[in-house]
Design a protein around this ligand. Structure first.
Ligand SMILES: Cc1cc2nc3c(=O)[nH]c(=O)nc-3n(C[C@H](O)[C@H](O)[C@H](O)COP(=O)(O)OP(=O)(O)OC[C@H]3O[C@@H](n4cnc5c(N)ncnc54)[C@H](O)[C@@H]3O)c2cc1C
Length: 333
């Protein structure tokens, strides 16, 4: 976990030495900045991005005083995988009538550790914004990390217990207008995909997918760790333009579904789609002089999970000539 200690107001970025991105990895620096500062990085931060090896995700009381902290109470909790110790949570923010956010964003949960220091961790909201009387509710999907502080703190919460948080934060949101899209996740990286799917295909109300083809490619090691599988399968059965592709990297003999890593199945989707549309891969490179406002793509990918997987998928998509603006991602570690 790149425990970015904090980004000072002057724009100085601290990241731990073992996790230090290469100094030339500008996109990683700007992504860290955007994630932790909750605003896009201005290019001027780059020359002063310093790598000091300070490992902490402690927020000072001064940092927290600047945030609006909300309190949410836990209304429902379900263990959705015993083996992975993964929990689905439903929270209610009693002090608010509605909690506006965009599907794909995260909250920063805050709690004191055993030494009384305020710890902060990001958790993707696993539901789309809810309407009406439920507008102050949101879901999380969290698995225990062995030896970790916050994941265990949440996993041990009892119904009715409260959690403080600030947010919503983040830019891992769907591009507008909606295009064909591939959602790619491993583990709890499925949380923002569930939020996207609920927003695009609400159970009641208008479908927002605009008829675009949406694939959700979800990978994990073992079958019980495919979180929300029944929901995604039900959605795929209900919506012909939603395709749920689950794959296991360490399946038992009895598993009859797909095997292997997500990038292999993403490759199949990209190649079959290109063949159907008569496109040749790799796609021709976009002229680098094209102003950002004039860039437009007929497909995007949204990748969420641990860094190794995100890097593997990005590499695969880049090899097909995909432009970096088509590849939107959120790393959990
Ligand atoms: C934007 C964003 C959204 C996130 N959303 C979610 C989410 O929806 N659900 C969720 O479960 N987590 C999510 N995470 C990860 C989460 O913030 C914490 O990192 C995770 O819960 C571990 O925190 P901890 O305090 O238990 O462990 P820590 O005390 O921080 O770490 C303990 C040890 O575990 C390792 N570690 C830290 N994180 C992970 C991890 N994710 N997997 C394996 N090892 C790890 C660390 O390197 C360290 O050695 C998200 C992270 C980010 C940046």
């Amino acid at each position: 976990m790149p425990h970015v200690s904090r980004v000072w107001r002057h724009g100085i970025l601290f990241v731990p030495v073992p996790e230090t991105p290469a100094r030339t990895d500008v996109s990683r620096i700007t992504s860290l900045y955007a994630t932790y500062c909750h605003r896009p990085a201005h290019p001027s931060i780059l020359p002063i991005a310093l790598f000091f090896g300070i490992i902490s995700s402690v927020e000072t009381s001064a940092d927290l005083a600047e945030r609006t902290l909300y309190t949410a109470h836990l209304e429902k909790k379900a263990c959705i995988s015993e083996s992975a110790q993964c929990y689905h949570f439903e929270f209610v923010i009693d002090e608010l009538e509605s909690f506006p956010f965009i599907s794909g964003q995260f909250i920063s949960a805050v709690a004191p550790d055993a030494n009384g220091k305020q710890q902060t961790r990001a958790y993707s909201i696993a539901s789309a914004p809810k309407e009406g009387k439920s507008g102050n509710r949101f879901d999380l999907c969290v698995n225990r990390v062995e030896g970790g502080f916050f994941s265990n703190y949440l996993a041990d919460l009892s119904i009715g217990a409260t959690v403080k948080f600030h947010g919503p934060h983040g830019h891992f949101v769907l591009k507008a207008p909606v295009t064909d899209s591939i959602f790619i996740a491993t583990g709890t990286g499925i949380a923002p995909m569930r939020a996207y799917a609920q927003w695009l295909f609400p159970e009641s109300g208008e479908d927002r997918s605009e008829g675009k083809e949406i694939w959700c490619v979800y990978g994990t090691r073992h079958e019980p760790d495919l979180y929300y599988q029944e929901e995604f399968e039900a959605l795929a059965a209900r919506k012909p333009n939603f395709h749920y592709v689950s794959t296991l990297s360490r399946a038992d003999n009895g598993w009859t579904g797909l095997r292997g890593y997500v990038q292999d199945h993403v490759a199949t989707i990209v190649e079959e789609r290109a063949a159907k549309l008569g496109q040749t891969l790799p796609l021709p490179a976009v002229d680098p002089a094209t102003p950002p406002a004039e860039l437009s793509f007929d497909i995007h990918s949204y990748i969420c999970g641990l860094n190794n997987m995100v890097a593997g998928v990005r590499e695969k998509l880049s090899s097909y000539g995909w432009h970096r603006k088509q590849i939107i991602f959120e790393r959990y570690d």
